[in-house]
Design a binder for this molecule. Structure first.
Ligand code: NAD
Ligand code: DAU
Length: 332
C-alpha cells in the first residue's frame, strides 16, 4: 500500500490521522474534504507537499469520488457531519453526507476493488445506565438515539452489507469520544477551554452526570492505522482507552487546570434525547491486533489540550462568536 485516500482529513480526527501518517509511515496521502464549517486548511498546514495533497470535494459526488478512489490503494473514511446538537436542529446534511456519502464511497471501492476502512462511533449502540457493569462490545445491538448517531448506524450497516453482498474489502471501527488538538470549538471540551480563556463560565448540559469515555485523538489514529494494516476484512473493532468521566468531573478538571474555582460554571438547558453513558470494551482490538493507547492519563492529556488552545487562538478565535451565538439561541 502506497497511496491512501483520507476522506474528512481536514476535520478534527482526520487531520490528526494525516499528521500521524506523515510521522509514522511512508504513505502518500490525498485528503478529500468538502471544507464545511467544521474543517480547516490550517489543520494540515506545514505537512510536506510531496506527501499530502488536499482535494476539495463532496463524498456524495460520484464524479469526484470515483476517479480518486481508482487512483489510490485504500480509503480511510472519516468524512461526516459529526455534531449531535446540529443534527437536532437540521438532520438533512447528516443524512446526505453520512448515508449517501458513504454509499458513494462504497460503490467506488466496489467498482475498483479497493480496501476501505470506515470510521464510526460508539453512539450507534445507544447509551448505558450509570451503574451498568457492562460496556459496549462488538456484539452490542445497535440502538442509536439522535439523527447523527442513526445516520452513522445507517452508514455502518451499508458497509457491512457491501462486505457480505459484494465482497468489498472493508473494516469498521467504532470509537468513543475524542479530545485533542484541532477539535472544533462547538464540542464540549474545546468549548469550555475557550470559554475559560474568554472569562466566560463553562456551560454544563443538565445535571452533568452524563458519562463519556474519553480517548486522545492520537490514540484513535494509531488504532485506525493498526486496523488498516492488520485488521481482518469484514470485522468491526471497538476503540477505547478506559477513559470514563462524567461531564461535571471534566468541567471541574478544566477549571482547576486553568487556575479557576472548580465551581465557576453554569448549568444550562439539557440536550434533547441526551445519551446518559458511553463505555467501550476494546479487548478485541488489544488482544487480536496488539494495539495499546499511549495517553492513559486523562489529566495530562487534557493539560496538553488546554495548552494547545491557549497557543492556537488564531485557529479558533474566528469561529467563537458565531458558535456561541448558536448555543445562546437554545439557552445553552
Ligand atoms: P469533524 O466534524 O471535525 O470533521 C468532519 C470532516 O468531514 C470535516 O473536515 C468536513 O469538512 C468533512 N466533510 C463533511 N461533509 C463532507 C462531505 N459531504 N464531503 C467531504 N467532506 C465532508 O468530525 P470529527 O470529529 O473529526 O469526526 C470524524 C469521523 O470520526 C466522523 O465519521 C465521526 O463520526 C467519527 N467519530 C468521531 C468521534 C469524536 O469524538 N469526534 C468519535 C468517534 C467517531
Ligand atoms: O462518542 C463518540 C461521539 O462523541 C462522536 O461520534 C461525535 O462525533 C462527537 O461529537 C462526540 O459526541 P458527544 O455528543 O458525546 O460530544 P459533545 O462534545 O457534543 O458532548 C460531550 C458531552 O458534553 C455530552 O454529554 C454533552 C455535553 N455538553 C456538550 C456541550 C457542547 C455539555 O455539557 N456542554 C456543552 O456545551
Amino acid at each position: 500500500m502506497e497511496r491512501l485516500l483520507v476522506t474528512g482529513g481536514a476535520g478534527f480526527i482526520g487531520s490528526n490521522f494525516v499528521h500521524h501518517l506523515v510521522e509514522h509511515t511512508d504513505l502518500s496521502v490525498t485528503v478529500l474534504d468538502k471544507l464545511t464549517y467544521a474543517a480547516s486548511r490550517e489543520s494540515l498546514a506545514g505537512l510536506p507537499e510531496d506527501r499530502v495533497q488536499l482535494v476539495v470535494g463532496d463524498i456524495a459526488d460520484e464524479d469526484t469520488v470515483d476517479p480518486l478512489v481508482a487512483a489510490h490503494d485504500a480509503v480511510v473514511h472519516y468524512a461526516a457531519e459529526s455534531h449531535n446538537d446540529n443534527s437536532l436542529h437540521d438532520p438533512s446534511p447528516f443524512i446526505r453526507t453520512n448515508i449517501l456519502g458513504t454509499y458513494t464511497i462504497l460503490e467506488a471501492v466496489r467498482k475498483h476493488d479497493k480496501r476501505l476502512h470506515h470510521v464510526s462511533t460508539d453512539e450507534v449502540y445507544g447509551d448505558l445506565e450509570l451503574d451498568d457493569p457492562k460496556r459496549f462490545t462488538e456484539d452490542t445491538p445497535y440502538n442509536p438515539s439522535s439523527p447523527y448517531s442513526a445516520s452513522k448506524a445507517g452508514s455502518d450497516h451499508l458497509v457491512r452489507a457491501w462486505v457480505r453482498s459484494f465482497g468489498v474489502r472493508a473494516t469498521v471501527s467504532n470509537c468513543s469520544n475524542n479530545y485533542g488538538p484541532w477539535q472544533h470549538i462547538e464540542k464540549f471540551i474545546p468549548r469550555q477551554i475557550t470559554n475559560v480563556i474568554d472569562g466566560v463560565r463553562p456551560k454544563l448540559y443538565g445535571s452533568g452526570e452524563n458519562v463519556r469515555d474519553w480517548i486522545h485523538a492520537e490514540d484513535h489514529s494509531s488504532a485506525v492505522l493498526t486496523i488498516l494494516e492488520k485488521g481482518s476484512i469484514g470485522e468491526t473493532y471497538l476503540i477505547g482507552a478506559d477513559g470514563e468521566k462524567n461531564n461535571l468531573e471534566v468541567v471541574r478538571l478544566i477549571l482547576t487546570l486553568m487556575g479557576r474555582s472548580e465551581d465557576d460554571f453554569d448549568h444550562v438547558n439539557d440536550r434533547a434525547g441526551h445519551d446518559l453513558r458511553y463505555a467501550i470494551e476494546s479487548g478485541k482490538l488489544r488482544q487480536e491486533l496488539g494495539w495499546q493507547p499511549q495517553y492513559q492519563n486523562f489529566e495530562s492529556g487534557l493539560a496538553d489540550t488546554i495548552a494547545w488552545y491557549q497557543e492556537h487562538e488564531d485557529w479558533w478565535r474566528p469561529h467563537k462568536d458565531a458558535t456561541e451565538a448558536k448555543y445562546a439561541q437554545k439557552g445553552q
